[in-house]
Design a protein around this ligand. Sequence first.
Ligand SMILES: NC(=O)c1ccc[n+]([C@@H]2O[C@H](COP(=O)([O-])OP(=O)(O)OC[C@H]3O[C@@H](n4cnc5c(N)ncnc54)[C@H](OP(=O)(O)O)[C@@H]3O)[C@@H](O)[C@H]2O)c1
Length: 321
Amino acid sequence: MSHGMMRVAAIERFGDPEQLSIQKVPLPDPGPGQVRMRIAAAAVNPADLGMVTGVYRWKEEVSFPLVPGYDAAGSVDALGEGVSSFQVGDQVIACSQHSLTQVGTYAEYAILSEHYLAPAPQGIELIAAASLPLAGLTALQALEQLQLAPGQTLLINGPLGAVGGFALQLVALRGIQVLAPTFAHEAELARTLGATFMLDREQDIPAQVKQAVPSGVDAALDVIGGVAARSAFEAVHDGGLYVTVVPEFWVPGGQFVPQRGITPRVVGVRSNTLQLIELSSLLANGQLTTRVAKVFSLEHASTAHRLLAAGSIHGKIILLP
Ligand SMILES: NC(=O)c1ccc[n+]([C@@H]2O[C@H](COP(=O)([O-])OP(=O)(O)OC[C@H]3O[C@@H](n4cnc5c(N)ncnc54)[C@H](OP(=O)(O)O)[C@@H]3O)[C@@H](O)[C@H]2O)c1
């Protein structure tokens, strides 16, 4: 039984990133079916920014101190009764499904159901592995909604972000042709990740799509929302497919009403062990790559939040507990 304490970065109330401060909280023991994970690296996601400002929505009423963080990579520290998939010392990754669990990974330890974990990708540094779970699962689950066949066309409106970057690589592996709007100096990177048609994100997107694929794309994946979501929708041919991971009310007079035979679909990511295992092995064998932009100690979580909120980060921001 543990009577120890652990360090976390937490907030006591919603507000600006400076609300995040280091606290010591009790280190719990894992319950039946749970694993206690020693966190080596935690990634910062846009959802974490929303948790701190208070726009994020949890299933239950939120309790403070609130520890943000969906993503973690580290090792198994203790096992609850009945855990069969892991042993103490195993290197693992996890997606905490914060909306349901309120378990944050901006911490030295996290206690999660074993179903939220998967073996860490072999041969990949834990700092890089921590960037995979939330964005990778979101990308996979968005693509599941589309079920595209080889040769079909997909516009991804933010192809170099975390979710968009994994989605781009995953569909390229399946022979799908991706249209990728980026700044001109990023076009080569998009090509390397598997894009077929490089578009200029500063020019009219539907017009460029029409030039590349005159009948319109078979599908669009929106990872941005707002105006960019609208123009991604416009690029899809009648009766095509559209999925967003950023649900917003953008259709005039309503939201997500079918138009031109296109029924918008929305992704709300869920932890999924099998998908996490699949993503982990794709990263291990080099079929997926990830980029780490900056690494901070947990003490600098507020700086990390400000940096992500400012945008133009090329890669993931990682916190080291
Ligand atoms: N529904 C869910 O379950 C779920 C799960 C995970 C994430 N999300 C949401 O998905 C969104 C993306 O998350 P993420 O982690 O991938 O964020 P991210 O890494 O910041 O990716 C966003 C990308 O979009 C790019 N971008 C922005 N405007 C663009 C434009 N007009 N044209 C081309 N690219 C553009 C950004 O580039 P610059 O920085 O250079 O502008 C950035 O690379 C967030 O809103 C997040 O909250 C939802």
